[in-house]
Design a protein around this ligand. Structure first.
Ligand SMILES: [Zn+2]
Length: 418
């Protein structure tokens, strides 16, 4: 059986609207028709600033400073992404700009309006979204990838989302099960994922709440727990231990190892035997590179052999290095704090490289180590002060998993101990 069953049900419908629109409580006779207005959509081109766009749209230059000041209450003009829509509304015969909407991302926009005194006031609008939940269960015939991508029952779920499910499961179980080498026919999976739906019908996969992977008869569990509700939670097994290590195994999601750590190999450019004190991952140019652990940027720059390179310093005197990058991501200046999984740059072939790939190194105080064989330190368990809350969440999320058919597959190790 390679089947997977999916039940998508709406668990929670949250509609948020925090615009600045004020509606009068008293009904007013319709004496005046609203003055006609015209809306014009402009796209923020790559390398263009919001200020330049305002000039192009013809906003009076003595208005710019106050406009940007109001905008900054809700967003940073430097952080707008290329391609963002900016909508200008022109009022009356003079076509004076009286309202501007600036898109921050797919879910949020800043709306600026002139008040009666003609001053710019800004408000943040969050588009109303709905969160539903996708449940999936299946048995693996060949690989987890095939079980999820080729499942006819998952047809209703876009392929991009299915790919994200696989990525999530790999993200969670990468230290316990090698998806390429250890998965075998008869293994099974089940998981519960939140999904966010926007008014335009587009969706994005949300949080993986709970997952089980039975590998060779051994059940592995991961339960999402976010005690502060700030999105910075983690996954734990049923005993409350982190299923993650302090370091991700790989800095790239979908990639192939093209060269392993060795003390001596033939170097294709230098044409001589030389140690390779890192791991190479072949990937398309532009593939995002993720920091493997929380850390601080200690170097960002250019080196003749490494090309564009970033060094991160982590706890316990460990350093990781990412080389041959095409470019650096925003927020990676020297001294920046970086979180595990944060994108720090993009795969390239700068420096001494024969093709696009990432060269990744890990150093301890004793010297370079093989990131694929080093014993990685575990991440922190559930904090002691959050244990009571954790037990409630764990049981609630396990109940979600148990709604799925074949729940007898579950082996409640924690229940056995009681
Ligand atoms: Zn290398």
């Amino acid at each position: 059986m390679a089947g997977a069953i999916v039940v998508a049900g709406v668990l929670l419908a949250g509609a948020l609207r925090t615009g600045t629109e004020v509606r009068s409580e008293i009904p007013i006779e319709g004496v005046f028709a609203e003055a006609p207005f015209r809306e014009e959509v402009r796209e923020l081109a790559f390398g263009t600033t919001l200020g330049q766009l305002l000039r192009e749209a013809g906003l009076e230059s003595n208005d710019h400073h106050e406009f940007l000041l109001a905008f900054r209450e809700h967003g940073s003009p430097q952080r707008l992404r290329a391609g963002a829509d900016v909508i200008f509304r022109r009022q009356g015969e003079e076509e004076r700009i009286d309202q501007v909407q600036v898109e921050l991302d797919a879910d949020r926009r800043v709306v600026l309006r002139r008040d009666q005194a003609g001053r710019w006031q800004a408000g943040l609008e969050v588009l109303p979204t709905m969160v539903d939940t996708v449940y999936a269960v299946g048995e693996i015939a060949t690989s987890l990838w095939n079980a999820i991508m080729d499942s006819p029952e998952l047809d209703a779920v876009p392929r991009g989302d299915r790919r994200n499910f696989i990525d999530d499961l790999d993200r969670v179980f990468q230290w316990e099960v090698d998806f390429h080498r250890e998965i075998q026919p008869g293994d099974s999976f089940r998981f519960v994922v939140e999904r966010v739906k926007r008014p335009d019908g587009s969706m994005k996969s949300g949080q993986l709440l709970a997952a089980e992977l039975v590998n060779d008869g051994d059940p592995h569990h991961a339960i999402w727990f976010d005690p502060n509700g700030d999105g910075e939670g983690s996954w734990y097994n049923l005993e409350g231990e982190s299923v993650r290590k302090a370091f991700l195994l790989r800095p790239l999601k979908f990639s192939r190892i093209s060269s392993r750590f060795t003390m001596s190999r033939f170097h294709p450019i230098l044409r001589r035997w030389r140690a390779h004190r890192g791991v190479d991952y072949a990937a398309d140019a532009g593939t995002p590179i993720e920091a493997t652990a929380d850390g601080v940027v200690t170097r960002r720059g250019w080196n003749e052999s490494y090309g564009r390179v970033i060094d991160l310093r982590h706890g316990n005197g460990i350093l990781t290095r990412y080389a041959h990058m095409q470019g650096f991501a925003q927020g990676t200046e020297v001294g920046s704090r970086i979180r595990q999984g944060q994108v720090i740059g993009y795969v390239g072939m700068t420096g001494m490289a024969t093709g696009p790939h990432l060269h990744y190194e890990m150093h301890t105080r004793a010297g370079p180590v093989d990131p694929l064989s080093v014993d990685l330190p575990p991440a922190e368990p559930v904090p002691a002060e959050a244990l009571a809350q954790w037990e409630l969440i764990r049981d609630a999320h396990l109940t979600l998993l148990m709604r799925l058919p074949g729940a007898d597959l579950l082996n409640f190790r924690y229940a056995d101990q009681q």
